[in-house]
Write a protein that binds this ligand. Structure first.
Ligand SMILES: Cc1cc2nc3c(=O)[nH]c(=O)nc-3n(C[C@H](O)[C@H](O)[C@H](O)COP(=O)(O)OP(=O)(O)OC[C@H]3O[C@@H](n4cnc5c(N)ncnc54)[C@H](O)[C@@H]3O)c2cc1C
Length: 413
């Protein structure tokens, strides 16, 4: 009887579990080394505790990395359909909402529990509280030196996450391991995170949640745009459309190379459903019954009072003037400002507030099987790689797909 291939996986998160399960199903003897005294903790925080584990709409458009071809290949090798099959196979009943998938039980903890059950069923050994001191490759064997023991494996998969949400165990120590093995790291910077803004107007808006468009500009050039519910917080903005554009701001504002060299602004469009001309037409129509009112009264019922007060302040319009007396230029300015209120971005939330990181192990340094081009039989999976996805189940999809690919090829004899 041939001996089973021994595989070590660093990190018991989404990608680590998927890699381990995939390898064990292919006959390998798998040990996961986890430095916390718990496993899969980050999964339990996902999707506001409900775990948006994938999305029906897939494609490279939803992921960021220069190396788009690699992402596409990985997502093809373990697709959205494969993800649904896999989770149904381990007992999860999926529920869809506008393309976003969650467990029917609405519990993220169900996803981590099912992964643990499957790992146990496959006799995957999970060693917790492991402090990895050093990794060496001697001949064809990886030796992982820990405080008390040296673990050995013919393949090693590093799936140690990023620096986002460090309390879940994803504290950036995986990057250190990758570096010691000769790999290079981009960044990392917090992403899917809130943005800090300067200016008096932002504090007037604090507490407001309003649908709108968020346009992010670097040195006046648009880099990203997204629409949804914007949350105005103390000295900043948050919410999904802000998260979606945040990575571009983060890469400039949190990088020691780029810092203070570029201007980062957002323009908020409070009426994305109308063009400026349509908005103007709407106001002209509204004047028929409301021309005796001042600006605040005229906009009441259409816009939140905080937005009205910011517009009046920005345009220097006094409260005692009736809209009847406004010039065409003033109406144009009102429409333009409502669709382009700009804020200077001074920073981002930190790693503890970020859902993911942009940056990580350079994808040029791995092949299409996610094997290191520097060290044979070393693989990477999940967020440790320089790939980040949009909000909407894409980061977990990357963890599942890359975990599957790394586990599959690492277990090949
Ligand atoms: C609040 C929040 C909400 C989110 N919501 C969603 C969502 O709804 N949908 C979605 O798609 N994505 C979501 N994400 C992102 C998603 O959770 C991550 O992208 C994904 O979990 C990354 O998986 P991973 O396995 O690469 O890393 P992780 O899940 O971070 O796992 C890494 C594991 O490695 C361990 N580890 C780290 N360093 C070492 C070391 N040196 N030695 C041993 N072990 C180590 C860690 O303790 C951890 O267990 C969310 C993230 C957060 C923080």
């Amino acid at each position: 009887m041939t001996e089973k291939k021994r595989i070590l996986v660093v990190g018991a998160g989404a990608a680590g579990f998927m890699a381990a399960i995939t390898a064990a199903r292919r006959g390998a003897k798998v040990t996961i080394l986890e430095h916390m005294n718990f496993t899969a903790r980050k999964i339990e925080h996902t999707g506001n505790g409900k775990c948006n584990f994938t999305n029906r709409n897939q494609g490279k458009f939803y992921y960021y990395d220069e190396n788009c071809e690699l992402i596409e290949n990985i997502l093809e090798e373990f697709s959205f359909d494969d993800t649904i099959d896999f989770f149904e196979g381990i007992g999860l009943v999926p529920k869809e909402r506008n393309g976003y998938f969650y467990p029917l039980s609405n519990q993220a903890s169900a996803v981590s529990a099912l992964l643990r059950m499957e790992a146990e069923h496959l006799q995957i050994k999970i060693a917790c509280n492991i402090n990895i001191i050093k990794i060496e490759k001697q001949e064809k064997l990886f030796k992982v030196y820990t405080d008390g023991y040296v673990y050995e494996g013919q393949s090693l998969i590093i799936a140690a996450g990023s620096k986002a949400a460090p309390a879940t165990g994803s504290d950036g120590s995986g990057y250190k391991l990758a570096k010691e093995l000769g790999h290079h790291i981009n960044g990392p910077y917090p992403a899917l995170v809130s943005l800090k803004c300067s200016g008096k107007e932002i504090n007037t808006l604090s507490g407001l949640r309003n649908y709108g468009g968020v346009r992010l500009l670097i040195d006046g050039v648009q880099k990203a745009y997204d629409e949804g519910e914007i949350q105005f917080i103390k000295s900043g903005i948050s919410g999904i459309p802000v998260f979606q554009v945040s990575r571009y701001a983060s890469k400039v504002l949190n990088s020691s190379v780029n810092k203070n060299k570029h201007s980062v602004t957002v323009e908020i469009d409070f009426i994305p459903m109308y063009t400026e001309q349509q908005l103007l037409n709407f106001f002209h129509k509204r004047l028929e019954n409301n021309s005796y009112k001042n600006l605040t009264a005229f906009l009441t019922g259409f816009l939140n009072e905080k937005i009205i007060s910011v517009i009046a302040f920005k345009l220097g319009i006094k409260g005692n003037i009736s809209v009847d007396s406004f010039t065409d230029e003033q109406w144009n300015n009102i429409c333009h400002t409502l669709k382009n209120i700009d804020f200077n971005i001074t920073g981002t939330g930190d790693f503890a507030q970020a859902q993911v990181c942009c940056g990580g192990v350079l994808t040029d340094e791995v092949n299409e099987q996610l094997e290191s081009k520097l060290i044979k039989d070393l693989y990477f999976a999940g967020e440790i790689l320089d790939v980040d996805g949009k909000c909407g189940g894409y980061n977990l999809q990357w963890a599942w797909s890359s975990g599957f690919v790394a586990g599959k090829y690492a277990s090949q004899i």
